[in-house]
Design a protein around this ligand. Structure first.
Ligand code: FAD
Length: 505
């Protein structure tokens, strides 16, 4: 009796096929189901659709005769086709999928045995025990991160953090180097397209032509790894050539250098092509060999072993109802220019630049996501559920599990502070300090009203005013809220915000 093993499109690395107590059989036939309905349900970025399909088809090609690649309308139909071919006579195993809906679905299927999740450092029951053990105290990412570091002996010297400190954040918030157009980091790895990509592109063209699906954004050339080989090459290139510069300018933004020293590994991790353990171990090895400084290595390890892992567990810990959180009562619809990634309609240079990056690549680094796109949505009072859906569709690394905590919690504060202690939003002064995006902009970060009023500066004060009562009680926001009393032009600012409505800023 050898059950077939079913791989979802984000379970593509070798660790999803390692046999073991809670793994597939060594000789199991492998099923991959390409369900077209997924692309009909949402208007995805075309580069994302391309990447996912290319990665699934590359995996099937790698596995050769062992793989059964089924193109179907839905997963259910795909499994039925596998059954008709006798592939599931001995049952099916599948690793715990990455969304609530997919988990409910696989659990509802007869003959499907759901195995433990893979692709993360911490097992789910361990996280639950850690969180429950706090006895009602606030969940804090920093505490979780230290617990993971200790538990996995990651970047540790005995019982102490290697390099003497747990957290090198304060070394990693440098403003961008003055007058530099780029950081000058060595170029990141970029894959070369092959015949599989060509086939995917032709399929997507046909689906669009037939009116079956519509996409947003531009597709190509493919910029992110679609196979294990490519993902390993990207990891190697990052660790050997780019990791050293990762830390210092992590939060900075440069118009002509969207990637700076970021790793571009999120899509490979989220497709399951890389395991987080191999990424953090490679970074630690580089530090121990003297090839990268501690602030960069610790910063990178914190992103993966801290943030990524934390977000995964919060997704399950907070439960499916978390997606409906809307503590601030934000209900405005997303405007068409944002939905269509119409960067050319936007005057504010920071937003136009970032939206163009999303349109052209399906990626921006975390500060444009948080402090430009997310911050604008928050200031404008857009519906957090729609904002979450937008991020999910438009980013190559977007999946339900990673979106919910990052967007509902971190970016839109829709959970009222379960994930973060304050809303992440700012006026134009922050954008000006952390980037070169304000130079040459039609707006001035210092102006709250008038022709040249910066949408972020005006939007920030309007947001504080709207939620004054709630935010005054937050000790990280109360000082900012008191600043409202010093504004002589608040009425003019609010009037202007109303008049501008949802037209592109
Ligand atoms: P680097 O800056 O090089 O960081 C290294 C790795 O750390 C990333 O590859 C990623 O795997 C991990 N990481 C860091 N922060 C987070 C985080 N908050 N959540 C999860 N992983 C993290 N990340 C996604 O993987 N998918 C998303 O859909 C996503 N949406 C986001 C939406 C918003 C509003 C915000 C604020 C953040 C979001 N992030 C998301 C987190 C982060 O922005 C991206 O992981 C990162 O920008 C990807 O680029 P990179 O691989 O170069 O990351």
């Amino acid at each position: 009796m050898t059950p077939a093993h079913w791989l979802f499109g984000d379970q593509l690395g070798p660790h999803f096929l390692t046999p073991g107590d809670d793994g597939p059989d060594r000789d199991a036939a492998v099923l991959l189901v390409e369900a077209r309905s997924v692309f009909r349900r949402r208007r995805f970025h075309r580069a994302k659709a391309h990447l996912v399909l290319s990665a699934m088809r590359h995996r099937a090609a790698e596995l050769g005769d062992r793989a059964h690649y089924i193109r179907a309308d839905t997963y259910r139909e795909g499994l039925r086709a596998a059954a008709d071919d006798g592939l599931t006579d001995d049952g099916v195993t599948v690793h715990h999928p990455t969304s609530h809906a997919a988990l409910r679905f696989v659990r509802s299927l007869d003959g499907v045995d759901v195995l433990a999740p893979r692709g993360f450092l911490v097992p789910r029951p361990d996280f639950d025990a850690w969180a429950d053990g706090l006895g009602g105290k606030r969940l804090r990412q920093e505490d979780f991160y230290r617990w993971v570091r200790r538990g996995h002996d990651l970047l540790m010297d005995g019982g102490d953090p290697a390099g003497g400190r747990w957290n090198h954040d304060h070394d990693n918030r440098e403003t961008p180097p003055k007058k530099a157009r780029t950081l000058g980091a060595p170029a990141p790895y970029r894959p070369r397209e092959d015949a599989i990509d060509e086939e995917v592109r032709n399929d997507l063209d046909r689906w669009e032509r037939d009116g079956e699906v519509t996409f947003v954004g531009r597709d190509g050339p493919r910029r992110f790894p679609a196979s294990r080989r490519e993902a390993l090459a990207a990891l190697r290139r990052f660790v050997e050539h780019r990791l050293g510069g990762f830390g210092a300018y992590e939060d900075a933004m440069l118009t002509a250098d969207p990637v700076m020293s970021h790793s571009l590994l999120s899509s490979s991790l989220n497709l399951g092509l890389l395991h987080p353990a191999e990424c953090v171990e490679a970074a630690e090895d580089a530090w121990r060999a003297g090839d990268a400084p501690i602030n960069s290595v610790e910063g990178f390890v914190r992103q993966i072993a801290g943030w990524r892992e934390y977000v995964w567990h919060l997704y399950w810990y907070f439960g499916d109802a978390y997606r409906d959180s809307n503590t601030l009562g934000h209900h405005a619809p997303l405007p068409d220019w944002f939905l269509d990634l119409d960067a050319d309609a936007v005057t504010a240079r920071c937003l136009a630049t970032t939206l163009a990056q999303v349109r052209d690549t399906g990626w921006t680094h975390h500060i444009p996501r948080l402090m430009l796109l997310g911050s604008h949505a928050l200031q404008q009072g857009w519906d957090p559920r729609a904002v979450t859906d937008w991020f999910h569709r438009c980013f190559v690394d977007g999946y339900d599990w990673v979106m919910l905590p990052n967007v509902v919690g971190m970016s839109q504060y829709a959970d009222g502070g379960r994930m973060t202690t304050k809303p992440y939003t700012s006026g134009g002064a922050y954008v000006h300090r952390m980037s070169d995006l304000c130079s040459g902009c039609a707006y001035r970060p210092t102006d709250r009203t008038g022709e040249r009023a910066c949408p972020f500066t005006a939007g920030y004060w309007a947001f504080l005013h709207r939620h004054r009562r709630r935010l005054a009680g937050n000790n990280r926001m109360s000082q900012a809220v008191r600043g409202l009393d010093r504004l002589g032009d608040l009425d003019a600012l609010l009037r202007q915000a109303r008049e501008r409505g949802d037209s592109p800023p």
